[in-house]
Design a protein around this ligand. Structure first.
Ligand code: ADP
Ligand code: FRU
Length: 317
């Protein structure tokens, strides 16, 4: 394995308060849920969890509030082997949090997010990070003006290096926000969600890939996960490749399915797998995730990520 196997995930870390309910509640009622838990959340935080579970050397870079939740969040990163040495602790801020309702009846996950005053990561914060250990840097699509500058800094860093030592950049275009489009031309690998596609009026994966490819830089990889329909991807003028979804016996927790798919696909690409194999690996790992509650049971399912890549069909879903 490459000595530069580190993958850095840049973006949000928040607290998720997750309630499992049998049916989505009626407005203005009072009921008990099946189960309620605290879970570390945020797309980049979730990406790093999955990479840690797969056995990658994963690191998280983002801001963390210096509030009472900090200990829970940092201990939880450590549980999954995620390095948080670069995270920027912000004094006097409240921890962003989400109330998440998981419905057993429909397998939906409804998220109500709040971020009162935690600042976004600044370009200056990013510029202080030594980039040399990283093989891959993944950016969550938020904080657009700063992230655009950060990706440019990575490109500058690459200029002085032999091609084989370039840091690959990826970006996730997930939320229905027009400003995210500005990040599409910048990264080597672009993940586009079906929510963003719906917001743009694209009706399927093929149309989404065509439209996004036209904005991406020549030769970039574009990947589009699409829930139960699996995922498709293309690179430059190459053919489109597809993977079906791999549904588990019963879908119980879809929170972070997209984050899981993206992380597992990055893991496979970073290990040199072909694009079609990589998105199939992403779909298999995400399929396993939606069949279990939270992240902990994934340990037993995944084992060693590199072994799994060689024999992904062994993934016990
Ligand atoms: P998000 O969580 O961002 O809405 P998606 O719904 O597109 O993301 O799901 C991402 C990936 O997770 C899909 O490509 C698929 O592989 C997997 N996935 C999501 N929902 C299911 C499901 N019900 N059954 C099997 N796989 C699923
Ligand atoms: C899931 C997630 C949650 C978080 C929310 C933020 O993808 O990262 O963990 O609460 O999205 O938008």
């Amino acid at each position: 394995m490459s000595p530069r196997e580190n993958i850095l995930c840049v973006g949000l870390c928040c607290l998720d308060i997750v309630s499992q309910v049998s049916h989505f509640p009626k407005e203005d009622t009072d009921q008990r849920c099946l189960e309620q838990r605290w879970q570390r959340g945020g797309n980049a935080a979730n990406n790093s969890t999955v990479l840690g579970l797969l056995g990658a050397k994963a690191a998280f870079l983002g801001t963390i509030a210096d509030s009472h939740e900090k200990r829970f969040l940092l201990e939880d990163f450590a549980k999954y082997g995620v390095n948080t040495e670069q995270a920027v602790v912000c004094k006097g801020c409240e921890c962003p949090s989400s109330c998440v309702i998981l419905s057993r009846a429909t397998a939906s996950r409804t998220i109500i997010h709040s971020n009162k005053n935690l600042p976004e990561l600044s370009v200056e914060d990013f510029a202080q990070v030594d980039l040399t250990p990283y093989q891959w840097i993944h950016f969550e699509g938020r904080n657009v003006a700063n992230v655009a500058q950060m990706i440019k800094l990575v490109r500058e860093h690459n200029k002085g290096l032999p091609r084989g030592e370039f840091i690959t950049t990826s970006v996730e275009i997930e939320k229905a926000k027009p400003e995210l489009e500005a990040l599409i031309p910048l990264a080597d690998v672009v993940f586009v969600s079906k929510d963003f596609a719906a917001f743009k009026g694209y009706s399927n994966k093929a149309e989404t890939l065509e439209r996004v490819k036209a904005l991406a830089h020549p030769g970039a990889v574009v990947v589009c996960p699409w829930g139960e329909e699996g995922a498709s991807a293309c690179q430059g003028s190459g053919v489109m490749v597809h993977s079906p979804a791999f549904p588990p016996a019963s879908v119980v927790d879809t929170l972070g399915a997209g984050d899981t798919f993206n992380a597992a696909t990055i893991f496979a690409l970073a290990h040199g797998s072909a694009l079609e194999d990589s998105i199939r690996f992403g779909c298999r790992v995400a399929g396993a995730k939606v069949g279990v509650i939270g992240w902990e049971p994934m340990r037993g399912l995944l084992g060693s990520g590199t072994l799994l890549l060689k024999n992904e069909a062994s993934l016990a879903t």
